[in-house]
Design a protein around this ligand. Structure first.
Ligand code: 2M8
Length: 427
């Protein structure tokens, strides 16, 4: 299946091209996901980019992380987009979000991979990283605390997203029910810019966009009161993606706290980890044998399997009986998709192999899933996922995402996080 000589010849070229993509999309201290389509700094993109840079320039990798935290709010939130200046090629820009932070940002957050990546950077060269870690550590603590206080509803433990954009998986079927309940009436007329860059069949629909913008207007109109938005806003869904990524990041932050002898932080993180284990129970859906999103307003579970549900290993959660079922689900899905891991179950009626987070394969998610699987001894599956990622990039190039059935590249091209994952893992 994997032709070694072809691979060796191509690897040199692909390594070179991946480095070029990182450098071309790098704007001084921060990096764009790709020019045109995404002309700002995005939160989790930037952290994967830091991982990519750590292969060739560790100092630049730290700078990427530091620049993201210029967009951290007083209440601790590290914003999902840092705008710095207005660009005509993206909508919605800083004015629509109406944030109040001194560096213009969006008003929600994104999956917190930062602490995990910071630990990776630090462990590569503790001497180089010590001072930088010391400065970043309190910022990471404040951001994680923000999630554990502002994004849980009372009595609950799973982390809520209050906008599909916060999850990073914008149009996933996980949000369909909750999003349908958002009334888009009265949304300020606007013009989408994404469709000027990418085929509409690969992007969210207009009906979804109306609701995305309506949710931004809701947040802006209540002065981005995050606790209120989570408690009472029009959209709050418990997200297995953020819950598991945060739990992993908490574990890594705790390791960093130990390096720095921050005893009280170690204890505070223990309470977060305890709650995340409760959250995992809440997210488990016995009907589909997977962890799945759950609408916090109705308690209803998503009825399809999203790839982020396999991040329980990455988080550090194992339960033998449940895992046996989860592994069966994963085996079924790997069998159904030659270029794994599809973001949504290929055997579910809502699967769409080209439409963004409703089916396509994403290199960054593959990396996280495989990292967790490998740590728990599922080496065969971890290696299958890695080789699929390698092959799809070799065959199609550095696309934003890929059709899991044909391997065709989709969305934006010359994409930074795909190049970064190539350098750090897939190659
Ligand atoms: C996508 O999201 C943005 C909104 O945040 C968009 O479509 O306009 C998502 O894939 C998200 O996960 C990613 O961080 C962002 C930039 O690559 O694009």
């Amino acid at each position: 299946l994997y032709d070694d000589s072809y691979y060796t010849a191509k690897k040199v070229d692909l390594d070179k091209r991946a480095i070029e993509i990182l450098r071309e999309n790098s704007w001084g201290d921060y990096t764009l996901p790709t020019k045109g389509l995404y002309p700002y700094q995005w939160n989790w993109d930037s952290m994967f980019v830091a991982l990519g840079f750590s292969e060739i320039d560790l100092d630049r990798a730290w700078t990427e992380v530091e620049s993201l935290f210029q967009g951290q709010w007083k209440n601790g939130m590290a914003a999902h987009i840092v705008f710095r200046k207005d660009s005509p090629t993206y909508f919605p820009g800083p004015k629509v979000w109406g944030g109040t932070h001194e560096v213009p940002t969006s008003g929600c957050s994104q999956p917190p991979v930062a602490a995990t990546i910071v630990r990776d950077l630090y462990e590569k060269d503790p001497k180089l990283g010590k001072q930088r870690l010391t400065e970043l550590f309190p910022r990471l603590m404040r951001w994680h605390r923000w999630f554990h206080t502002m994004r849980v509803i009372s009595g609950g433990a799973a982390i809520a997203v209050t906008h599909p954009w916060e999850s990073g998986r914008d149009n996933s079927p996980d949000w369909d029910d909750a999003l349908a309940a958002v009334d888009p009436t009265g949304v300020t007329p606007y013009k989408r810019k994404d469709l000027g860059h990418v085929d509409a069949a690969m992007r969210p629909t207009d009906a979804e966009y109306d609701r995305y913008i309506k949710l931004v207007e809701y947040g802006r109109d209540c002065g981005w009161d995050h606790a209120h938005i989570t408690r009472e806003g029009p959209f709050a869904v418990a997200d297995p993606g953020i819950t598991f990524i945060l739990m992993r990041a908490d574990r890594d932050l705790q390791a960093l706290a130990k390096y720095l002898d921050k005893e009280s932080a170690v204890h505070e993180i223990d309470t977060w980890l305890y709650r995340s284990r409760i959250a995992a129970d809440y997210l488990w859906n016995d009907e589909i044998n997977a962890y799945a999103a759950r609408n916090l307003r109705t308690g209803q579970h998503a009825d399809g399997v999203s790839s982020v549900g396999f991040l329980s290993y990455y988080a550090g959660i194992t339960k033998p009986k449940r895992d046996a079922k989860l592994q069966k689900t994963l085996s079924r899905i790997l069998k159904a998709a030659p270029y794994s891991v599809p973001s949504f179950d290929p055997e579910h009626p809502k699967f769409d192999s080209r439409r963004y987070w409703r089916g396509p394969t994403w290199a960054i998610v593959n990396y996280l899933i495989a990292r967790g699987l490998e740590e728990y001894g599922f080496e065969e599956k971890a290696s299958r996922i890695r080789l699929d990622t390698r092959k799809v990039i070799q065959d199609s190039g550095f696309y934003e995402y890929f059709d899991p059935i044909t391997g065709e590249g989709s969305g934006g091209n010359h994409f930074t996080w795909t190049a970064a994952i190539w350098l750090a893992w897939a190659s």
